[in-house]
Design a protein around this ligand. Structure first.
Ligand code: TRH
Length: 351
């Protein structure tokens, strides 16, 4: 019997909570033989990301209302500080061998992360520490999720600049579409479902349903349906440039070894800006000063600080170098081990 593991996920908003938890649950089951129960309060995003879960030994349970009286697993993972049912925590503490309790944190490249990764936090009343487990890009963090069978496919055929677009509501998007439409280079943009598709529809001034294609000047736009995670991965591998957001798509774009632009999950107090700058610092340190500046300017403009249209020209010119950089960068982040294997090692050492 493999290690038993309860993974708790609350869907705060968007897709990333379910996306990250599903990838981790699946990898623990498939690659490490763990017996995983995924407790999720809203199964709708999971159904969209992973409609076909046949053959994967993860038991998905709806986590709503009174939590059932079940024996705690050997490893309990609380994703993104989602707060476990208090009665279950008491149960965990009362077991003859209390579980290893992990709080899986959000991804950040900030330099305080290695110092906090793996640290225990004592429970106020129970003898049961919770350990902070931080994903990350550098040594001393938990690494990034990457499955053995991850498949990013290959670049599609065609000479136009192939772009995938996945973003939040982004005030910079219309200006960028204007630049692409009015430029001399053919651009094919695959627009993901949800917020991106709706924004593009507003820019077009017409309906833009999944499967439809629209043309404006040099720009061809295709509205995609929402696709399962493995298909989204292959979309990233098929494009020359991927616009990604949040956490999971941001990581996948790096494994796809293609240039990308990241829109961070915006926080009211601007707390995402240190994250953007910290990421740019680690990611672009291997680039020439000119390419580094072009990348930073464009990322910052895409996140609301700067003029995206003005920043595009230098960023476009940097794309061949960024494509060359993608390979060594992926090798560098892989050198810290993947998150599931690091997590397994961490837990086995404490069981
Ligand atoms: O949806 P997100 O914005 O999720 C966010 C982030 O995780 C953020 O850090 C967190 O605070 C917030 O949620 C609550 O972006 P993310 O993380 O890229 O997750 C998107 C998921 O959706 C990812 O697993 C890829 C998947 N996806 C598909 O499977 N098919 C698709 O067609 C598309 C567009 C996405």
């Amino acid at each position: 019997m493999g290690i038993s593991c309860d993974l708790f996920c609350r869907v705060v908003d968007n897709l990333g909570d379910a996306g990250v938890c599903w990838r981790l649950a699946r990898q623990l089951a498939v690659e490490f033989g763990w017996q995983v129960r995924l407790w999720i309060d809203d199964p709708a995003p999971l159904a969209a990301l992973a409609p076909d879960r046949a053959g994967v030994a993860v038991a998905v349970h709806r986590w709503q209302g009174e939590f059932p009286d079940v024996e705690a697993a050997q490893v309990v993972i609380e994703a993104f500080a989602c707060e476990l049912p208090p009665r279950h925590v008491e149960r965990m503490a009362a077991q003859p061998r209390p579980p290893v309790w992990i709080n899986l944190e959000y991804l950040s490249a900030e330099d305080w992360v290695p110092g906090c990764h793996g640290q225990p936090s004592p429970h106020p009343t129970l003898p049961l520490p919770k350990h902070f487990f931080f994903p990350g890009f550098v040594a001393g963090t938990g690494g990034l999720i990457r499955e053995r069978d991850a498949d990013f496919g290959q670049r599609g055929i065609g000479s136009a600049l192939a772009i995938s677009m996945f973003c939040y509501d982004n005030p910079a998007l219309p200006a960028l579409l204007d630049v692409w439409a009015g430029g001399g280079e053919p651009v094919v943009c695959r627009v993901t479902d949800g917020l991106p598709r709706k924004q593009v529809s507003r820019w077009l001034g017409t309906g833009f349903e999944p499967g439809e294609t629209a043309r404006r000047g040099a720009l061809e736009l295709t509205a995609l349906p929402f696709v399962p995670q493995p298909d989204y991965d292959r979309l990233l591998g098929a494009c020359d440039l991927n616009f990604v957001r949040g956490e999971d798509s941001f990581v996948r774009a790096q494994w796809a070894r293609r240039p990308f632009v990241w829109q961070a999950y915006s926080q009211a107090d601007g707390a995402h800006w240190p994250k953007i700058d910290a990421f740019l610092a680690v990611y672009s340190s291997g680039l020439s000063p000119g390419r580094r500046a072009a990348t930073a300017d464009f990322f910052r403009a895409w996140n609301g600080r700067g003029d995206v249209a003005a920043a595009w020209l230098a960023f476009r010119a940097a794309l061949p170098d960024l494509a060359g950089h993608a390979q060594p960068w992926a090798a560098e982040i892989a050198s810290h081990g993947n998150l599931a294997e690091n997590l397994v090692r961490f837990c086995l050492g404490r069981l």
